[in-house]
Ligand binder design. Structure first.
Ligand SMILES: NC(=O)C1=CN([C@@H]2O[C@H](COP(=O)(O)OP(=O)(O)OC[C@H]3O[C@@H](n4cnc5c(N)ncnc54)[C@H](O)[C@@H]3O)[C@@H](O)[C@H]2O)C=CC1
Ligand SMILES: O=C(O)[C@@H]1CCC=N1
Length: 264
């Protein structure tokens, strides 16, 4: 077994989907544990990987272990498996606020520790993942880990002090983007467009705009200016967004998310 996941909900299955699609590991090289039989059956049916209800079996079977449970359960899961952990294991935390030092301390022995901050677009191979690792992870070891995160999107290795920022602008931000898409589509529906078509317009527009930022390397403000014709329609919308505190609302939302991460 090459990799194990303790917990396999939204984020675990999104990452495994990318790993399988890119062929980094095969189904029989991935073991996942779930809390309930219903969850285990779901993972088996949807992903086709090896499944168990026993978290210790995951740790005994694989040397790279992703903790894909909610932050509130990290401590009890590490308590439960710490007798099965060895210095050969690499544990990967994906929860906000659970630092490298905290994870190593709770694991109860010196071992390789990595943190990911992934996001759900991993499910479609367009994830954005931040990675940091403790000093026990070698350059070669990190390269192996990055093959995993690269399989479900883009990866940036960052200093641990930036993980809360990455959580806000990477981990959480899809929720805000989905709200933005939903709101734009609602407005189009209110102008008479059928709902399905409105989602297509809103989503493709977000996708295309993001691609322009990434591919042209131009400043987002510059790209915004390209759209705003003098005395045109777009600038009227820009005026309304500014009046309603759009930028400030986004700024405050990401700050709140990052600050919460520091407290978890
Ligand atoms: N959902 C997201 O967009 C992101 C989530 N994360 C982090 O990923 C982690 C997982 O989040 P989600 O996948 O969204 O949660 P989720 O609730 O969808 O999945 C967690 C899974 O863990 C299982 N579980 C709970 N206790 C367990 C135990 N003791 N042993 C084995 N399995 C257990 C649950 O049954 C569930 O299937 C969290 O720490 C979260 O902060 C990080 C970045 C993005
Ligand atoms: O809401 C959360 O806490 C998790 C971490 C980042 C995205 N979802």
């Amino acid at each position: 077994m090459k990799i194990g996941f303790i917990g396999c909900g939204n984020m675990g299955s999104a990452m495994i989907g990318g790993i399988l699609r890119q062929g980094i590991f095969s189904k029989d090289e991935i073991i996942v544990s779930n809390l309930t039989e219903e969850g285990r059956e779901r993972s088996e049916k949807n992903l086709g990987v090896v499944t168990t209800l026993d978290n210790n079996e995951v740790v005994r079977s694989a040397k790279t272990i992703v903790l894909a449970v909610k932050p509130q359960f990290y401590e009890e899961v590490l308590d439960e498996v710490h007798n099965s952990l060895t210095a050969d294991h690499t544990i990967i935390g994906i929860a906000p606020g659970k630092t490298l030092a905290w994870l190593e301390e709770k694991a109860g022995l010196p071992l390789k520790v990595v943190r990911f901050m992934p996001n759900t677009p991993a499910q479609v191979g367009e994830g954005m993942t931040a990675v940091c690792a403790n000093e026990r992870v070698s350059k070669e070891g990190l390269d192996e880990i990055l093959k995993i995160t690269d399989s479900f999107g883009c990866t940036e290795v960052i200093p641990e002090r930036l993980m809360d920022a990455a959580g806000a602008v990477g981990g959480c931000a899809p929720a805000y983007v989905f709200m933005f898409i939903e709101a734009m589509a609602d407005a189009a529906v209110s102008q008479g467009m059928p709902r399905k078509q409105a989602y297509k317009f809103a989503s493709q527009t977000v996708l295309g705009s993001a691609k322009m930022v990434l591919e042209t390397g131009r400043h987002p403000g510059d790209l915004k200016d390209m759209v705003c014709s003098p005395a045109g329609t777009t600038i009227e919308g820009v005026r309304t967004l500014e009046k309603n505190g759009f930028r400030s609302a986004v700024f405050e939302a990401l700050t709140a998310a990052a600050e919460k991460g520091k407290k978890l």
